[in-house]
Ligand binder design. Structure first.
Ligand SMILES: NC(=O)c1ccc[n+]([C@@H]2O[C@H](COP(=O)([O-])OP(=O)(O)OC[C@H]3O[C@@H](n4cnc5c(N)ncnc54)[C@H](OP(=O)(O)O)[C@@H]3O)[C@@H](O)[C@H]2O)c1
Length: 283
């Protein structure tokens, strides 16, 4: 019998690649997103082991209905991949309150909603795997990423607590930190940044946007994350954290080892923001 895994946010990018990869590896995959239409192409893939599922992670009734559909199909969930996410970009000052809430509703509360809904069955079974998709931005926050990076910092803390709570119950929790990955996410972030190109932070935003535009299309594809998810689901002792691609480990080491003032200067230089917006000294 194949083990069942629920992947949220599977209509595109990392979630889609993960659903296909896991199905090829023999898992029975429930691939969830808000609209079934966008998921239909998946149903013929992965040896027929992918079942599309309508599920909005911000809506508890929709999660309950999705989970009921899974149990009607027979079998408890072995794994949950909390992947659904959106990115709200822009200056902390200018991003409207509704967008801050939208960011947290999906990336934080949505992840919590789905996790809370599957935990009773995993705890009862005395086994299970939960894999949260965080971000390198959950450890190192660039400017104009305040909403997104803080939501992923929350996922870091939540993953640590949950791992320590669920260990005694046989449920293993891993966090995966993607760096830049070539998915539609990058274009969505560009659209977000575009909204602020004429505002009070125009000069900085335009430089940041140009730097960001180079990052995503040149990035690796989502299979590197799908492989990390597979490891977290199948290894006897999964890592508590995975960072992929590996080149981002250097950035995280810098963040951990160097004083913040130096990290700030390095980021400014990398992005092209060094000296930008500095007021001339009055003598
Ligand atoms: N790409 C990167 O460079 C990168 C880097 C670091 C971390 N990540 C993280 O990786 C995850 C996936 O990103 P991606 O690059 O694959 O982006 P993507 O291609 O834009 O996919 C995002 C997925 O999330 C789903 N989604 C959004 N809101 C949802 C909701 N309320 N309920 C259910 N599903 C929802 C979308 O489906 P529908 O709109 O069809 O519902 C879509 O399937 C995110 O958590 C993101 O923060 C990505």
């Amino acid at each position: 019998m194949y083990q069942s895994v629920l992947v949220t946010g599977a209509s595109s990018g990392i979630g889609e690649a993960t659903a296909i990869h896991l199905a090829h590896k023999g898992f029975r995959v429930f691939a969830a997103a808000r609209s079934l239409d966008k998921l239909m192409t998946l149903s013929g893939l992965g040896g027929g082991r992918i079942t599309p599922l309508a599920m909005d992670v911000t809506d508890e009734a929709s999660i309950a209905a999705g989970l009921a559909e899974i149990s009607d199909g027979g079998g408890a969930l072995y794994g949950l991949v909390n992947n659904a996410g959106v990115s709200v970009m822009g200056p902390v000052e200018e991003v409207p309150a509704a967008d801050w809430r939208r960011q947290y509703e999906t990336n934080v509360f949505g992840l919590v909603n789905v996790t809370r809904a599957v935990l009773p069955q995993m705890r009862a079974a005395g086994r299970g795997r939960i894999i949260n998709i965080g971000s390198v931005a959950g450890r190192i926050a660039a400017p104009f990423q305040g909403a997104y990076a803080s939501s992923k910092h929350a996922v870091e803390g939540l993953s640590d607590s949950l791992r320590r709570e669920m260990g005694p119950h046989g449920v293993k929790v891993s966090l995966i930190r993607p760096g830049f990955i070539n998915t539609p996410f990058g274009a969505q972030e560009q659209d977000e940044l575009e909204r602020y190109t004429g505002g009070a932070y125009a000069e900085q935003i335009n430089i940041f946007k140009a730097w960001h535009a180079k990052g995503h299309p040149n990035a690796v594809g989502p299979i590197v994350i799908a492989e990390a998810v597979h490891h977290a689901l199948t290894a006897k002792h999964p890592h508590s954290r995975y960072t992929a691609p590996a080149k981002f480990l250097g950035l995280l080491a810098m963040r951990n080892l160097l004083p913040s003032a130096i990290v700030d200067r390095v980021l400014e230089r990398v992005i092209g923001l060094a000296g930008v917006g500095k007021k001339p000294t009055i003598k």
